[in-house]
Design a protein around this ligand. Structure first.
Ligand SMILES: [Zn+2]
Ligand SMILES: [Zn+2]
Length: 480
């Protein structure tokens, strides 16, 4: 009897084991084929090509006037400075429309020096310049290692690439020396696999002076909301504070409060409220520190994955930027940072941004440095404190990772957004909640931005209602 039972039980165990193995295989297949974007850890990227070099030397061109210079020459020497005599029939390598970037002298005064790639030399002011280098009109970009002018080598969509081509540049020589014998072999066969020269990417994003955007009066009228302000407050509390989906919020409103409302109506209300609250969130006079951290997370918009860039005051726990973009690129990083700068009355001197190892932040840093907004970028790379920077700034980076988790917790129930507008609405409401309504453990259970009027309200729905009315009052005050 007993042996029979044992065989029977062993048989069951064997079958169960097979089922478990089959299920595990399925889980692995599902994760492998998931279309969820995998944020590649920057330490896995091919740094050979992705290394971001330091800023070039930017020499602002001192503006001279060739008329005045010719005049001075005449007064000093008693002779008229003659245009360059060019022998007939000799082809010169110079576009006749070229003018000197420094003194504006016409091509008659320009020596075309060293063949097709060569520089020009101005006879009037002695400036050396490369006629192909468009940027040279305003400034000359020079290699920080050998101080020779950089050459524009690529016209990419959105940015130009400048390169120091000198074979005697210390940067190039150092790279060459650093190659192993194997790498040297490969380099001779496939030089394009290697980044050997100093490179600079110039982004062609129009730099808008950092100032607050003019307030656009929202077109939404809250009179379209057919429920009492308190009910609206309740809806927002469930939907945003507790991260319940619109459908669950609707069910809760009926089951608990006897209010009949559809999930779609809740989404519409969320959208209208976010439009009213967005200008308030963006123009509030925040008190800021000089340490900020940034991170990206992803959200689903109309069936596609988008990146959400958060920037956050690491000390005061205030969200300053929430930029949604289909791409995780330098342009997005530049726009996300712009949202932070817009909230600063002036740019602090020791401004620091703590981010991950993604090179887009270094490129964004270069972009802003070029436009007179210098700041320091500390990259916390990987999961271990391998380098002193990571060790020092990891706690700050962890703060924003926590913010990301909080956001994901609240966002998960929404199961993605049907439209860009829907995602912006939810992200806006989340940020309003985070900055003004959510007590923070690290701030002794206080909210990051304390508004006394809100503090007086007895409960959360009341606080939401008050916030909406403060925002409306504020908007009214902005109308001239
Ligand atoms: Zn000149
Ligand atoms: Zn160089």
């Amino acid at each position: 009897m007993l042996p029979l039972l044992l065989t029977y039980l062993v048989d069951i165990i064997k079958r169960q084991r097979m089922i478990i193995l089959a299920l595990m295989k399925l889980v692995i297949l599902l994760t492998q084929n998931s279309r969820m974007p995998q944020l590649t850890a920057p330490d896995n990227l091919n740094y050979q090509k992705l290394k971001v070099d330091e800023l070039p030397l930017i020499e602002k061109v001192e503006k001279l006037d060739y008329h005045l210079l010719l005049q001075t020459h005449f007064e000093k020497t008693g002779k008229v400075l003659q245009p360059i005599q060019r022998r007939n029939g000799v082809k010169i390598n110079l576009d006749l429309n070229t003018t000197c970037p420094r003194c504006n002298a016409p091509s008659d005064y320009l020596y075309a020096n060293n063949g097709p790639k060569g520089q020009c030399n101005c006879k009037v002011c002695d400036a050396l310049f490369s006629p192909k280098n468009h940027f040279s009109k305003a400034a000359i970009l020079k290699c920080p290692h050998c101080t020779h002018p950089l050459e524009k080598v690529k016209d990419r969509n959105g940015f130009d690439v400048y390169k120091c081509k000198r074979a005697d540049c210390p940067y190039y020589l150092r790279r060459l020396q650093g190659l192993t014998a194997e790498e040297k072999d490969l380099f001779e066969k496939q030089p394009h696999q290697f980044k050997m020269h100093y490179l600079f990417r110039q982004f062609n994003i129009v730099f808008e002076p950092i100032s607050k955007d003019s307030i656009i009066q929202p077109k939404v009228n809250l009179a379209n909301i057919h429920c009492s302000p308190y009910t609206l407050g309740l809806i927002l509390t469930y939907h945003v504070n507790y991260g319940l989906s619109a459908r669950k919020t609707a069910a809760l409103m009926y089951d608990v409060h006897n209010v009949k409302i559809t999930g779609q109506t809740i989404l519409n209300y969320a959208s209208s409220t976010s439009v009213i609250l967005k200008p308030f969130l963006e123009n509030y006079p925040y008190e800021l520190s000089d340490q900020f951290c940034g991170d990206e997370t992803y959200i689903r918009v109309s069936g596609r994955w988008n990146y959400l860039f958060f920037f956050f005051d690491a000390v005061n726990k205030i969200i300053l930027s929430n930029y949604v973009s289909p791409n995780r690129d330098t342009e997005s990083a530049i726009y996300a940072l712009r949202e932070v700068f817009k909230k600063m009355p002036q740019i602090p001197e020791d401004l620091i941004f703590i981010v991950d190892g993604n090179p887009i932040y270094l490129l964004a840093q270069h972009y802003y440095a070029q436009h007179g907004i210098p700041f320091d970028v500390k990259q916390v790379i990987g999961l271990t404190n391998n380098d002193p920077v990571s060790k020092e700034y990891r706690p700050l980076k962890q703060i924003i990772e926590r913010l990301n988790r909080t956001f994901k917790g609240n966002y998960r129930a929404t199961t993605g957004f049907g439209s860009q507008q829907g995602s912006v609405s939810f992200v806006t409401l989340f940020c309003v909640y985070f900055n003004f309504l959510r007590p923070h453990a690290a701030l002794e259970k206080k909210v990051p931005v304390l508004i006394p009027e809100l503090d007086k309200m007895p409960n959360m729905p009341g606080k939401w209602t008050k916030l909406i009315s403060l925002s409306q009052d504020w908007l009214m005050d902005q109308t001239p």
